[in-house]
Write a protein of this length. Structure first.
Ligand code: DX5
Ligand code: ZN
Length: 214
């Protein structure tokens, strides 16, 4: 699977988002990771579909939208309209996961399904045919800048092995605490889409930091 980096906007200078996105593009980063938090599923509130629509006008970069919300169902058409290219929901959210994944694809977006560190990876197996990507969280969702949880790499490996065995080609994304060192661990385990916030945005040279992750 092709290796892709997804820069988490959460660690960017939010007062200059358009400029920050340009910095990602110039650094050769493929995707922009947009963390949507509702203050219920996780402690914080970040940004919503209106912000996605505003930045859609400024950039053609792939919008990888990570919904950390309790009730994703009603939001699916709103993020499609705003210009998200991919919408990832949590298996721990409310609603019918299969129906939500179908609705994401019906709204012409790629569908992603995410698991928190404490959720067994086997839970996603029944949904694989409905997904373009599985996001294995490598920190507890809710905050940027946390430390990578090592046992999550075992979940990535179990998922990649299962997919290979079944002949399923799927993107496996990791999110949380990714830097040049932890990137090595998750790549070896089988992840091919690496989210990084702090490591990329706080680096002196974003292009060099991206190269170190690759
Ligand atoms: C955490 C978010 C992550 C976070 C990653 O809830 O889903 O995307 O921004 O940030 P870093 O790379 O700083 O751990
Ligand atoms: Zn995220």
């Amino acid at each position: 699977m092709e290796l892709k980096l997804s820069a988490s906007m959460l660690a960017s200078d939010l007062s200059n988002i358009a400029k920050e996105i340009k910095r990602c593009e110039d650094a050769g980063i493929e995707w922009l990771h947009i963390d949507v938090m509702d203050g219920v599923f996780v402690d914080n509130i970040t940004y919503g579909n209106n912000v996605v629509a505003a930045i859609r006008d400024k950039s053609d970069i792939f919008f990888d939208t990570h919904l950390m919300v309790t009730d994703p169902t009603k939001l699916i058409p709103l993020f499609a309209k705003a210009g998200s290219d991919m919408l990832t929901i949590h298996i721990e959210s409310n609603g019918d996961t299969a129906e939500n994944l179908k609705a994401i694809r019906a709204n012409n977006m790629k569908a992603g399904l995410s698991v928190k560190p404490g959720t067994p990876i086997e839970k996603v197996y029944p949904y694989l045919p409905l997904c373009d990507m599985i996001l294995v969280m490598t920190v507890e969702p809710g905050y940027g800048g946390q430390g990578f949880i090592p046992h999550c790499a075992d979940k990535v490996k179990a998922l990649r092995d299962y997919c290979n065995e079944k002949g399923i080609e799927i993107d496996i994304q990791v999110d949380g605490g990714i830097n040049a060192d932890t990137a090595d661990i998750v790549k070896k385990a089988g992840a091919n889409v690496l989210v990084a916030g702090t490591y990329l945005f706080k680096a002196e040279d974003m292009r060099k930091a991206a190269e170190l992750i690759r």
